[in-house]
Write a protein that binds this ligand. Sequence first.
Ligand SMILES: Nc1ncnc2c1ncn2[C@@H]1O[C@H](COP(=O)(O)OP(=O)(O)OP(=O)(O)O)[C@@H](O)[C@H]1O
Length: 242
Amino acid sequence: MAMIEVQNLTKRYRDRSAIEGLTFSVNEGEILGFLGPNGAGKSTTMKILTGFLPPSMGTAKVAGFDVFEQPLEVKRRIGYLPETPPLYPEMTVRGYLKFVAELKKVPGRGLKAELDRVAGLTGLSDIMDRVIQNLSKGYKQRVGIAQALLGSPPVLILDEPTEGLDPSQRADVRSLIKGLAGKHTLILSTHILPEVTMTCEKVLIIHQGKMVAYDEIQKLVSVHGQAANVSLEEIFIKLTAA
Ligand SMILES: Nc1ncnc2c1ncn2[C@@H]1O[C@H](COP(=O)(O)OP(=O)(O)OP(=O)(O)O)[C@@H](O)[C@H]1O
């Protein structure tokens, strides 16, 4: 079953298109890698899917609900990590996650267990009482991911979740994301190519707002690769070189 369905999605800012005619779907439990160079339109697409920005044309549905017509139903089902996580630096990790859980209407009785669950998943259990502004960038990013996971929404939309992390933090976040597959439907935006090969089965590449590839990674490699060992990186460069 398709959890995310996007039809002919277009967003124009004044006279220029940020995205144009995007059509794709993501099945329940699948991870879609959303790739594109800087400025390709990834964040714009994610902001539309999460109800933060209206499209100029086309439709997007999450769990059968139109993002524009039923934004509350959609927001209830999505955990969103924006490019810049919406953290309150003066709060403790626990205080912040509690605050977000209340906004998401996690029932009071289950609140402590839910905080413990996401803290365990994201490796935050030992630093719950630290103030966010004193944390390293990697830990701040984990707090951003933790807030997206609160309430266990069926759909997760993560905009460059490993941006700015060091290699070992990146590996941790990658394995965390991999572990979410099956339980959640995910869109993972990144311009770090190995990230996609390691975590996603399917990939969508956009370039200047248009879709230039949308397929299983293995199939993309067999269609675009001359040599048997062609990498996704070579395909990406070939498709976005214009
Ligand atoms: N509010 C806005 N007004 C005008 N143009 C915008 C606005 N937001 C984005 N754009 C433009 O739309 C295009 C797509 O931007 P978007 O942020 O979606 O790209 P992206 O793929 O997420 O890039 P990055 O990886 O650099 O974050 C860019 O050319 C950008 O300059």
